[in-house]
Design a protein. Structure first.
Lengths: 150, 262
């Protein structure tokens, strides 16, 4: 099994500024992970489906909610309705503080929901905390061969 | 007879149009302010990075970049108010039997914290009546009104009176709009700076502030607009009575719950 695939983060984010903030936070956290970016929900699912680097899943998926094409909400449903992707931590990062969006995402199987703050330093801190927790503190699901386990 | 019917129909049509356009406006405000936040975050970020990273900034550059940061923060607060306002208009009311004294107690704690006695002289002439209303939203009404009563007040110990006037009681009801006297009238009275008569209508307008941006603790100027919307959601009315230098009383009614009891 390839270990390289297991050390990746998949980011659905259409804003260049916000994606750059993710990369900046990853640099500050000195993450060894490869960061793959999708601009639309469709691209996000394609990348999950056909990661050329190996059979293992990304360690973390970051979802923006309002993206062109299939949006983050629908991408979340798709991810959670596919047995292969059920165990991947999915963290929503959205501009929307609307309680309806928050509830919808948790009901749809998101592991956490964060509202992107205006202040850059706070934005970086949230991302670094997400990385520290989901890539450092928690025990990850055991890697499995894709498609063979439910 | 026919004329009456057609006028009634026309009126119903106009009302339907009006409520539809109000809903569209709320939805518009929501989408617009939400979508404006993303570029604003980008602007804030670049200003922040220029301030941090640029090595050749002179004092004037620095001052301007700091102003730019402040402006993005202010605009973010305005957008939050607009988002909140549109949400108040769109979500359904949850009417329930409510102990208003409990609600007022929570509101005071939310505004002033637990140690209020030294700075706040809170007066409640008699218990408020049992009411049917949306508890969380009416607490927000009291939070806003009590916050204003304390904010626009120069006394070291600020007097706030929270009370009500039952329908039929022999009491003064200054500026009471027609019909409102048939309902229980709730009020929050302060001994603050007061509002000049010519401003009494304007204070309910969105983002309308009577003082400088940073005077009296700043604020976005959305508080009373949101109060008005919350009260109107209860089919009530809100109005005020004020004398400059002596204080302000804000009155409101909540007919929605009274109809349910009847």
């Amino acid at each position: 099994m390839s270990e390289r695939g297991a050390l990746s983060i998949l980011v659905l984010e259409d804003s260049d500024e916000d994606f750059d903030t993710v990369q900046q936070a990853a640099r500050r956290a000195a993450l060894p992970h490869r960061i793959a970016r999708a601009l639309t929900g469709e691209a996000c699912l394609e990348m999950l489906n056909a990661d050329p680097r190996g059979p293992a899943l990304p360690r973390l998926v970051l979802l923006d909610l309002n993206t062109p094409g299939m949006d983050g909400r629908d991408a979340l449903w798709e991810i959670r309705s596919d047995a292969r992707w059920m165990t991947v931590p999915v963290i929503v990062l959205s501009t929307s503080a609307n309680p309806r969006d928050v509830t919808l995402c948790y009901a749809g199987g998101a592991n956490a929901y964060h509202v992107k703050p205006l202040r850059y330093t706070e934005h970086l801190e949230i991302l670094q905390a997400v990385f520290a927790y989901w890539l450092g503190a928690v025990a990850p699901a055991a890697p499995t061969d894709r498609g063979t386990t439910p | 007879m026919e004329l009456v019917v057609s006028r009634a129909e026309r009126l119903a049509e106009l009302n339907a149009d009006l409520s539809r356009s109000n809903e569209e406006l709320d939805a518009f405000a929501y989408v617009a302010s939400h979508d404006l936040k993303e570029p604003l975050r980008g602007i804030h970020k670049y200003a922040h990075q220029l301030l941090e990273d640029a090595t050749v900034l002179n004092d004037e550059h620095r001052r301007k970049l700091e102003a730019l940061l402040r402006l993005t923060i202010r605009m973010d607060a305005l957008l939050d108010s607009l988002l909140h306002f549109s949400r108040v208009g769109r979500t359904a009311l949850e009417l329930e039997a409510t102990d208003l004294d409990e609600v007022v107690k929570e509101a005071v704690e939310m505004v002033a914290g637990r140690t209020t006695a030294a700075t706040v002289d809170l007066r409640q002439p008699r218990p408020l009546p049992a009411t049917i209303c949306d508890r969380v939203r009416i607490r927000e009404v009291y939070v806003n009104l009590i916050a204003n009563a304390l904010k626009y007040n120069d006394h070291p110990r600020k007097r706030v009176e929270v009370g009500h006037i039952p329908p039929g009681e022999d009491a003064a009801r200054p500026n009471c709009p027609p019909g409102a006297e048939a309902h229980t009238i709730y009020y929050v009275r302060d001994d603050g700076i007061g509002i000049a008569e010519r401003h009494c209508e304007q204070v309910f307008l969105m983002f309308r502030r009577l003082h400088g941006r940073d005077d009296y603790g700043g604020g976005s100027g959305a508080g009373l607009t949101i109060v008005k919307k919350l009260v109107e959601r209860h089919r009530g009315q809100v109005w005020l009575d004020s004398v400059v230098g002596l204080g302000t009383t804000v009155y409101f009614t909540l007919p929605a719950g009274e109809t349910v009891t009847a």
